[in-house]
Design a protein around this ligand. Structure first.
Ligand SMILES: Cc1cc2nc3c(=O)[nH]c(=O)nc-3n(C[C@H](O)[C@H](O)[C@H](O)COP(=O)(O)O)c2cc1C
Length: 201
């Protein structure tokens, strides 16, 4: 009885942090392909194996995309250092917001919404899609925000080239539907989505 009570209490106390958030391992910031080799390999691919990325690869990918490489600055530049981007990840288990400071994926949707991350067939079955949305309260000039998005996407392209992953950045997305599914209000704008996964064998 006492054991059951202790177990119940432990579960209760753990509940707020459990919320299916994903704690990522620290990103590996060394190694990978030499830059010129990664640039030579960078390309768009639209065929993906369903194989999931392990948490280390996911952590490395997100750090490359939009992690902190200095105390308060990121791997991608942003106009006036506004750092206005929110990077979401859609996985089979749900959708998550990347918290780069804590290296955590904060769950925002607890079901598979991969199919809403784009209008092409592979989007629903590839292991993950990144969704790039910016906070209009941080960046008032959409043109600058769109430019900033390109840097994040290119970081992902280069990481994927280095790690042997396929990727495609995509504008062919139902922005309204995806924003709704992610619970975004009108202060956030989804700009692009990017599918990532292992090549199809
Ligand atoms: C802003 C932008 C939007 C894109 N949107 C799509 C898209 O919706 N679907 C798609 O399959 N590819 C999309 N692409 C990928 C391009 O088609 C691809 O980059 C182009 O064909 C050049 O191929 P490469 O990346 O291998 O050099 C997009 C690329 C960019 C830069």
């Amino acid at each position: 009885m006492k054991t059951l009570f202790t177990l119940g209490l432990a579960l209760l106390l753990a509940a707020p942090t459990m919320a299916q958030d994903i704690k990522l391992p620290a990103p590996q910031k060394t190694g990978g392909m030499p830059l010129m080799a990664a640039l030579s390999a960078r390309q768009t691919n639209r065929e993906f194996s369903a194989k999931a990325l392990d948490s280390q690869a996911l952590s490395n990918l997100l750090w490359a995309a939009w992690g902190f490489n200095r105390a308060d600055r990121r791997t991608a530049p942003s106009a006036m250092n506004k750092q206005e981007y929110l990077v979401y990840v859609t996985l089979p288990t749900g959708a998550y917001l990347y918290n780069a400071k804590d290296n955590v994926l904060k769950q925002v949707v607890n079901k598979d919404i991969r199919a809403l991350a784009g209008k092409q067939d592979f989007v629903a079955t590839a292991p993950l899609n990144l969704v790039y949305a910016y906070d209009k309260t941080l960046m008032g000039d959409p043109k600058l925000a769109y430019v900033d998005c390109g840097f994040i996407s290119q970081n992902v392209y280069l990481y994927c080239a280095s790690a042997g992953l396929n990727t495609v950045v995509r504008a062919y997305v139902d922005i309204e539907e995806l924003s709704k599914a992610l619970g975004l209000d009108s202060s956030k704008e989804v700009v692009l989505s990017q599918t990532v996964g292992y090549p199809k064998k």
